[in-house]
Design a protein. Structure first.
Length: 249
């Protein structure tokens, strides 16, 4: 589904990313792990459109998406989750989902000169889509409350729902377990796996190895900007080179 080839990114003279080949298979959850500074965030930033790569290629379902900005990537079916920031916390839960769709408001204003009825129908569809998503994770009853009041786990669910508003093929998920209470980790993991069962493909950067084990069909280990190893959770966690990379960091 997502093929990352020969992807490099430098900051000044520092080579932060130097990936040979990372494949994220369709309908699977692929983990990206590695010690701090290994380049995991830079990989997501470069694939997710925050940075342009210096060299290399990213293919999404057969289409070259290298260097596209986030809103173009979303149109193609690739979405990266972001932490619910303080600004988003000021909005209600429902507003967070409705505003997850880029360009909706501006397009509505222009287009509304021509077709108010069509716009109204689109907005109703978006609310319906948001409601369906929120009901799945038992957040619809809180739809009009400020997102700032949500627990860490509920915020993570909201991040995934915001991505799902774009009906993506692939979600790049940033540290789903960070700041999440242990009881909510299971809820979050089950929701991610239910989306996977519906065909959504995930790449996940995560430090929590229990979450990686629970979610991932396979795992890439990164060190020093490169993909050092790829295998099952068991294979990578029992490999002495991986242990050494973590201890050496
Ligand atoms: P990880 O997410 O695996 O902890 P990062 O991708 O954040 O690793 O960082 C990889 C390396 O690139 C680190 O040495 C980091 O200091 C450096 N780096 C990341 N982003 C920038 C940036 N915007 N400018 C300069 N150096 C950066």
């Amino acid at each position: 589904m997502l093929k990352i080839s020969d992807l490099t990114k430098k900051f000044g003279a520092f080579q932060a990313l130097n990936v040979g080949q990372i494949d994220i298979p369709r309908g699977q959850v692929t983990g990206i792990v590695g010690p701090n500074g290994a380049g995991k965030t830079t990989l997501f930033n470069t694939v997710g459109g925050a940075f342009r790569p210096d060299t290399g290629q990213v293919m999404l379902d057969g289409t070259d998406i290298t260097g596209l900005p986030p809103h173009k990537l979303a149109e193609q079916g690739l979405v990266r989750t972001f932490q619910i920031s303080r600004d988003l916390g000021a909005l209600t839960i429902l507003e967070n989902l409705l505003l997850a769709r880029p360009g909706q408001l501006g397009e509505s204003i222009t287009a509304s000169l021509f077709s108010r009825a069509r716009i109204r129908a689109e907005e109703e569809n978006a609310v319906e889509q948001a409601r369906t998503l929120l009901e799945r994770v038992d957040l619809w009853r809180l739809a009009d409350q400020s997102a700032a009041n949500l627990s860490g786990g509920q915020k993570k669910l909201l991040e995934v729902l915001r991505a799902m508003m774009l009906s993506p093929k692939v979600i790049l998920l940033d540290e789903p377990a960070a700041g999440v209470a242990p009881t909510m980790e299971g809820v979050l993991a089950d929701f991610i796996l239910s989306l996977k069962a519906e065909g959504v493909t995930f790449a996940i950067v995560e430090h929590d190895m229990e979450m990686i084990e629970r979610l991932c069909d396979s795992v890439y280990v990164m060190t020093e900007g490169r993909e050092m190893m790829h295998g099952s959770f068991h294979e990578v966690t029992s490999d002495p080179r991986v242990l050494e990379a973590y201890l050496g960091s």
